[in-house]
Design a protein around this ligand. Structure first.
Ligand SMILES: Nc1ncnc2c1ncn2[C@@H]1O[C@H](COP(=O)(O)OP(=O)(O)OP(=O)(O)O)[C@@H](O)[C@H]1O
Ligand SMILES: [Mg+2]
Length: 250
């Protein structure tokens, strides 16, 4: 079965987010299928992080009459739109910038990712599983996280997000501050996770060139609205990026 035919896991329909006077999201519609890798792109302040937060119950969302946040086709009640309800459904967010707890060891950071797991044997198994995905972390398990390189810290942050074995992983700028070679490694690992586990991945990224080879689809945002959606190369060919990044879309 191709990705296009897979079940929609999570969907934002006609979603608005307003912060003070700022409309961070303006009637946004996005959906993500089982097993897809989707990029969210657009200039600073476009609303990319707000989309991820809305998918994880961390943004003050409102919606139109037929809108809402839907999980496998079912509308989620507003009081369920909180991270501790989204995690058991299978959603995890690795937020922008905040990487790891520097004073804690790599192992302790990974354990924090599994606080919601009651079964400690399962936690151990999951830690082993993510260490197979990030072998370099195995050698650093008992080191304080702040002693790791930036790329390794980002791997800890992603690995921590994987401990609950989500169906969809939300990554906010995983390449921020990393050298191009490390960016390639992080993206390759993202693709490996997607292929080995069939996990859907939504990734916010400025680094278009490195990301496109690994994505099935992309959304382009500008000023709180989705202005383009499609296969990565089609979006590049459409010239939308030039318009959006030069602020020509008024
Ligand atoms: N907690 C908040 N309080 C007030 N305004 C906010 C808050 N979070 C976001 N905003 C505003 O909402 C808009 C969208 O922000 P968002 O963080 O989603 O953008 P972004 O596309 O992720 O940008 P960047 O590429 O800089 O990370 C911006 O105008 C921002 O200033
Ligand atoms: Mg952001």
């Amino acid at each position: 079965m191709t990705v296009e035919n897979k079940e929609v896991l999570i969907e934002l329909k006609d979603i608005n987010v307003t912060y003070g006077g700022v409309k961070a999201l303006d009637s946004v519609n996005v959906s993500f299928r089982e097993g897809e890798v989707v990029a969210l792109m657009g200039p600073n302040g476009a609303g990319k992080s707000t989309i991820l937060k809305s998918l994880f119950g961390l943004a003050p969302t409102t919606h139109g009459v037929h809108g809402g946040v839907f999980w496998r086709g079912n509308k989620l009640d507003t009081d369920l739109l909180l991270p501790h309800h989204m995690v058991p459904l299978g959603v995890t967010l690795v937020p922008q910038g905040k990487r790891v707890f520097g004073k804690l060891t790599v192992k302790e950071n990974l354990e924090i990712g599994g606080v919601s797991l009651k079964d400690k044997t399962l936690l151990k198994e999951r830690i082993e599983e993510v260490l197979d995905l990030f072998p370099v972390l195995r050698t650093k398990l008992h080191q304080k996280s702040r002693e790791l390189s930036g790329g390794q810290q980002q791997m800890v942050a992603i690995a921590r997000g994987l401990i609950t074995d989500p169906r969809i992983l939300l990554l906010d700028e995983p390449s921020l501050g990393l050298a191009p070679k490390v960016v390639q490694e992080v993206f390759q690992t993202i693709k490996d996770i997607n292929q080995k586990k069939g996990m859907a991945i939504v990734v916010v990224e400025h680094n278009l060139k490195s990301l496109l080879p690994i994505v099935d689809r992309a959304y382009v945002l500008d000023k709180g609205k989705v202005v383009a959606e499609g296969k990565g190369q089609d979006i590049v060919d459409s010239g939308i990026f030039k318009k959006v990044f030069l602020g020509a879309l008024e």
